[in-house]
Design a protein around this ligand. Sequence first.
Ligand SMILES: Cc1ncc(COP(=O)(O)O)c(C=O)c1O
Length: 408
Amino acid sequence: MSTLDINFVRSQFPAFSEPSLQGQAFFENAGGSYTCKPVLDRLTRYYNQRKVQPYAPYEASRLAGEEMDEARARMAAILGVETDELSFGPSTTQNTYVLAQAFRQWMQPGEAIIVTNQDHEANSGPWRRLADEGIEIREWQIDPETGSLNPMDLENLLDENVRLVCFPHCSNVIGEINPVTEITAIAHAAGAFVCVDGVSYAPHGFPNVGDLGPDIYLFSAYKTYGPHQGCMVIRRTLGEMLPNQGHYFNGDLLYQRFTPAGPDHAQIAASAGMADYIDLLCDQHSGPTGEAAERGSFAHDLMRSHEVALLQPVLDAVKDRNAVRLIGTSDASRRAPTVALALNRNAEAVAADLTGYGIMAGGGDFYAVRPLTAMGVDPDQGVLRVSFTHYTSQQEIDQLLNALDDVL
Ligand SMILES: Cc1ncc(COP(=O)(O)O)c(C=O)c1O
């Protein structure tokens, strides 16, 4: 396994050479990442050269439509699914909301959905609201100390009434990576579909969703180095069975069934830049030259090993500190580099203190009110969250550790 060429990586992100950001170390990546150059280049080209109604016969339009199709085809291939099983919507929250409407129409009163109290509200609230329609909502609860979800607890919640199990690939405050394949197998064995919120995981390497096995996998491209789009994989069996939420005459197109909003053409086209970036990473590190999913998996492992190596010292530095509670596991290999700390004072104020050290981080509840409350953290006090990705350097980690040493 080669090690990540961090200089190459950073050269692909214009933010790192932006004068106004010099000396500023970015640690709010779980909120939204920097955008990679291939995406920015495509976005600019689209607006300059192709900003016409796509899919018409004239040249600019043909190119616009082709680029949108390219984005879906190449990203689907990286994710290990069919091209029409991937669709783009305005955001993950919006995508979940539409899906919940489809399940509302498909399900009968008395049938059940399992949600967790580990999820960001986006994969929780829209499902829970179906209780108003007579759908039973069962909550798979985390351990209040560790924040972990135990698959055995899920088994106890499942029965023949459960139609759907929703859970995160990893939480945006707890960070622990859930065993998606194992959980999916348990849910499928009980006859339930599975919806995974991958928003906090996908920035750390696109997973092969086909291999992982869920029926729905959601993530947000503005956190995976791309434009502000929600990406949604819906596997064919489920997608064709749920009622169409788009215009009636588009119902035969799987990728249009759950995206009723008019698409943001430029951003969808620019999403092909995320695939370009994966290709660039592979080529730079002499990765596989074959299938997109294989290249995606290589880039995933490359990112992940860099992140884990940088993360462990951060966890070690905070885990035994007085007046600091590390949320989630202190084992870097089991979590994303999204580190939430509960403190004995308001977290937003601490984030403000960090600005004096050139650290860009945030404090608050991060729409993870349920997990924080379940772990006994006052959401009003919030958590300080420092989150990074594969483009973070050792120097930035050192800058962070020095700053934390002073302010905590
Ligand atoms: C884990 C998780 N899920 C869902 C979302 C919502 O994504 P979007 O902003 O695309 O609606 C977020 C956003 O921060 C998130 O962190």
